[in-house]
Design a protein around this ligand. Sequence first.
Ligand code: BTN
Length: 262
Amino acid sequence: MDEIDISLHYLETVDSTNVYVKNNVDTLADGALVYAGTQTAGRGRLGRVWHSPPGRNFYGSLLLKRLENPLLGTMVVSLGALAALRSLAPELAVWLKWPNDLYVGGRKLAGVLSETADSAGGARMIVVGIGVNLNTTEEELSLIDRPAASVFAAVGCKINPDFFASELARYAKTYYIMGIFSGNRLFDEWRKCNSMVGLDVELDLGGGRLVTGLATGIAPDGALLVRDARGIEKPYYCGDASITREAVRRLAERLAGTADLQ
Ligand code: BTN
């Protein structure tokens, strides 16, 4: 097998790095990480907009030609970003929230959007976009329509987006290799890092459908297992998950190592 290399490509401005990579899968190499100073049409999940002000944050997309399952792509990038953030800002209590987010306390720090793409020859591959709020100020965060966090607002430390890109590339490479050789091992790592398990959650399934209960685990197919008040456990494959205020407090204790791990 050829050596895996994550190569960095910087664009000052682009509509969306996911769209750019998807449109250029035939010319970009496997492992290309395209990131931008700003996006004019940054896209989030469920048709949302990803707020992408210039020069502050990280907006990038990684092309994974050797994976076909978008969930594995999400794991590569989420785990890579988690490791990069923990190494650059050790005091930041960042955690992985099922299925695609990185959170600090009860606020969203980063979101991942994993999509499939096809080469001209018909080969299936994955494009994984991630937006990370690095240096957004508290004032700018308050303009976002949902509770949002940044590294700067949380712990007062500024991280250069170029430096974040190189750290992300370094850690994502490890997880990409893991995913190619053993999807199960990558899955186990991701499952271990999902801090929602053991907490009371609220799952918005859309259309006014809301599920509340205890997140008991993550099934082998990636579904979140939630046990409701009647003791019935069911798998959920998508939805907007949030944790209760009390669960945020317990999680903070757990991350600080002061509570019993479940
Ligand atoms: C979400 O949480 O809704 C996912 C957000 C993904 C945003 C990133 S920013 C880089 C890449 N380009 C996009 O247009 N979206 C992703």
